[in-house]
Design a protein around this ligand. Sequence first.
Ligand code: FES
Length: 156
Amino acid sequence: MSISLEDVFEKFPNRRREDMIPLLQAIQDKNGFLSEEMISSVGSYLRISVNKIYGVATFYDNFRFGPVGKYHIRLCHGTACHVAGAGTLLKELERILKISDGECDKQGIFSLEVVSCIGACGLAPLIEVNDMYHTNLNLQSLKELIKSLREKENSA
Ligand code: FES
């Protein structure tokens, strides 16, 4: 998918280096993720090297570099979630969705991203699906959640 970045660039007319993060965020909000082509356009626009932009963007968990599904699952693998079983949940998600960290399924329904602590450690382990937290998960509740999302999708 290719989108025009002109209207996004128009919101940042001063081409300042400090605009990099909000500019990338605005593009991601519009497109769902940052493609190589988009990063390169931002580099040309702000006169910053592509390597520098990748260096900054990959530092933040909230930037994505590939397409996401209708249900984007972010699994926290910070320390508290790890101790509470996030690794087991991750294996199960990979098994039932047939995708790995950073991937989207062929139908564009589910995508998976492993992130570090998202600040709700007392509710570990947890995942976020399209900005909604699902907390204190175990294998059973995780399977039920995915099943309910699939049913919702099939009835849509
Ligand atoms: S470690 Fe998962 S929310 Fe903090």
